[in-house]
Write a protein that binds this ligand. Structure first.
Ligand code: AMP
Ligand code: GLY
Length: 327
């Protein structure tokens, strides 16, 4: 099934008596899979874990998410947004900043839409490429330029039914392909949970300054949000700032966060569907979980797909996940 073919997903659910769907990737959320299920009389009884199209804009549009944070006083880097028509203003704005420069394509660009040039000339060239030459297609019709935050990144995951929320374990992914955190960026070569430097004092700041105002902000803005809110954070000298929101779980962060949840996740999702998340207790294990990727040679550039893998049955005390493989 294609994740964007809602008609086909809907018929599959009807013919297989599916009662709940948990949406993994961002694209179908941004395209409105939840709205589609809700507006269809045959499908509306199915619980969809994932926000509607409007809430998914927190990931689908950088400008939308920056405006949301600004409106609700959620700490984030200062920014301005520019279009092709305001390219000259954007170039002038760059001159007022000091390097490195953070340029973000507004729309979804498969994780590639953020560019961080180290000097003004490269930043100007990049902004022009994005706005005037559509470097990321329609995703870069608008570009957010923001202040560079120096610190160490981590992620916090929240589950919400729109009224109540639960904070899930923290995780940190490591994105560089090579040993020693070197080489090209990937979607994530591994992850750990919990994050050792996220102590209770820091997490309290995250909950008070970021999680609560985010959930409250969604309510104030009448955005009916159910599902995961993945908050990418920068720890700047002990204070948390939001780098981005995602409206789903992380890949590979899921592999380290979910194994630490001891409560029955299906019951938790059912409680979300009934807007009774406050009535479930989330039991989190104090285990440390680590995931490491073995990838096809060449990744993240050109690489061969559908390779057979073998030997999984001999693995003990670990969980093996695989994707893009074949039997
Ligand atoms: P995003 O897609 O917004 O998460 O950006 C991708 C990556 O760019 C992040 O994981 C950070 O490493 C980096 N980044 C984004 N925004 C900033 C910022 N304001 N300051 C420093 N690094 C950033
Ligand atoms: N690992 C980063 C992400 O899922 O967006």
């Amino acid at each position: 099934l294609s994740v964007s073919d809602f008609g086909e997903i809907g018929s599959f659910c009807t013919s297989n008596a599916i009662e709940m769907i948990v949406v993994g990737p961002e694209v179908p959320l941004v395209e409105g899979i939840n709205d589609y299920f809700e507006s269809n009389s045959e499908l509306k009884h199915i619980t969809v874990i994932g926000p509607k199209k409007l809430g998914a804009q927190l990931e689908g549009s950088k400008r939308f998410s920056k405006e949301f944070m600004q409106r609700h006083d959620i700490p984030t880097a200062k920014y301005q947004a520019f279009t092709k028509e305001t390219l000259n203003e954007g170039l002038e704005f760059l001159e007022t900043l000091s390097p490195p420069f953070v340029l973000k394509a507004d729309g979804l660009a498969a994780g590639k839409g953020v560019v961080i040039p180290n000097n003004l000339a490269d930043a100007k060239k990049e902004l022009t490429e994005m706005l005037a030459n559509s470097k990321f297609g329609t995703a870069s019709q608008e570009v957010v330029i923001e202040e560079f935050l120096a610190g160490i990144e981590l992620s916090v995951f929240v589950l919400t039914d729109g009224e109540n929320y639960k904070v899930l374990p923290t995780a940190k992914d490591y994105k560089r392909i090579g040993e020693g955190d070197k080489g090209l960026n990937t979607g994530g070569m591994g992850a750990i949970s919990p994050v050792p430097f996220a102590d209770d004092a820091f997490l309290k700041k995250v909950e008070e300054r970021i999680v609560k105002p985010s959930v409250e902000g969604l309510k104030k803005d009448n955005i009916d949000y159910v599902g995961f809110l993945f908050i990418g954070l920068m720890n700047v000298g002990g204070d948390p700032f939001v780098i981005e929101y995602n409206v789903r779980m992380g890949d590979p962060e899921t592999e380290v966060v979910i194994p630490r949840i001891e409560s029955d996740l299906v019951e938790v999702f059912q409680a979300i569907g009934n807007k009774k998340l406050d009535q479930v207790e989330m039991k989190i294990s104090d285990k440390t979980v680590c995931t490491v990727m073995a990838v096809s040679g060449g990744y993240p550039e050109a690489y061969e797909r559908l390779k057979p893998i073998s030997g999984i049955e001999t693995i003990e005390e670990s969980i093996v996940f695989h994707a893009g493989t074949t039997q």
